[in-house]
Design a protein around this ligand. Structure first.
Ligand code: XIL
Length: 320
């Protein structure tokens, strides 16, 4: 079987992948990315981010995001949309929070979400409405939105997203919230309770799932976290999974370990009733973001750079 095919047979809604624009002129890449049996869901890796959709204030551009959304439309793949409010990849005009007071920031967020979520209205199975709002130590990330509005920026973002695209599942998404039970997980739970109490419609929690071979969280730990999240929201998902080797080159043992680590993630989702699906943060080492972000590390994906499937791919298909 192939990934999405076996995932659906196992009861998940989808097995998906992130897709970035530079890979769209590569036919080897596209043959796999566009195959609905392999990937039932696509996520623009960068195309829907603020820097790509509103690089200059009030001027909205959708070419990068549309290129991927249109593939999904042609193939019938679902779209997981990413992301509306994030401290990173912001255009210059919005990065200096001191120039914005609460009202101004609220207007900026409203306009951004109304435009971007409005443009994709009805096409996103889910939106990552707010991304990475918490620090590992449990504090709120001191980003421009937080400085202007406090936690209200999160509540407000979810409310506007709901008004703009009522059909989309609205997610809070973050990293380092997979392994039970650290300060960030506790703080995330408290934050979700706070914003829901203030009227924010939070339907899902996304666990990014970036981790390292041999050091990635166990199925047991992840299931524990997901059970806690499941008390708060309708669904949970792994949204950006990649499991990188920290030392290269690697041998057969490391490849096998990577397969085991991926299986822990997939197993945790399978054994969690509210886990709807798994998205990998691109599927081939050729386009993985890891070597740029973590120099010297990599080979984190299910296919190598020559489009050979790795043991991890076969492990997942075998497990599902
Ligand atoms: C990454 C992209 O993959 C890179 O191409 C880009 O340079 C930086 O962002 N968490 C997220 C994603 O939520 O949006 C990030 O994507 C990876 C970490």
């Amino acid at each position: 079987g192939q990934l999405d095919k076996v995932a659906k047979e196992a009861g998940l809604l989808y097995f998906g992948t992130a897709v970035d624009n530079p890979s769209l002129n590569n036919q080897n890449y596209l043959r796999i990315a566009r195959d609905p049996a392999e990937f039932g869901s696509l996520t623009p890796a960068n195309g829907q981010k603020w820097s790509n959709t509103q690089a200059s204030q009030g001027r909205f551009t959708y070419g990068s995001g549309d290129a991927i959304a249109n593939i999904a439309r042609q193939t019938g793949q679902q779209l997981r949309c990413h992301t509306l409010v994030w401290y990173n990849q912001l255009p210059g005009w919005d990065t200096v929070s001191s120039v914005y007071n609460r009202d101004q920031m609220q207007q900026i967020i409203t306009a951004h979400i109304q435009n971007v979520a409005g443009h994709y209205k009805g096409r996103c199975y889910a939106w990552d409405v707010v991304n990475e709002a918490m620090e590992d130590d449990g504090r709120y990330r001191n980003n421009p939105m937080y400085r202007a509005m406090g936690v209200d920026y999160i509540t407000h973002s979810f409310k506007v997203a709901q008004q703009t695209d009522p059909a989309a599942k609205l997610y809070y998404n973050d990293f380092n919230i997979e392994r039970c039970c650290n300060a960030k997980i506790n703080a995330t739970i408290a934050m979700i309770r706070t914003v829901k109490a203030a009227g924010a419609p939070v339907h899902g929690i996304g666990m990014q799932g970036h981790s390292r071979v041999g050091m990635s969280p166990s199925k047991r730990e992840m299931k524990e976290t997901m059970a806690r999240f499941s008390e708060l929201v309708d669904e949970v998902a792994f949204t950006e999974v990649d499991i990188r080797h920290t030392k290269l080159p690697i041998g057969a043992a490391e490849r096998e370990q990577q397969g085991k680590d991926y299986m822990e993630v997939v197993g945790a989702c399978l054994e969690t009733p509210k886990c709807v699906g798994i998205t990998v943060w691109d599927f081939t080492d050729q386009y993985s973001w890891i070597p740029q972000q973590y120099p010297g590390e990599g080979e984190a994906c299910l296919w190598d750079r020559n489009y050979n499937k790795k043991p991890a791919y076969h492990s997942i298909v075998g497990l599902l």
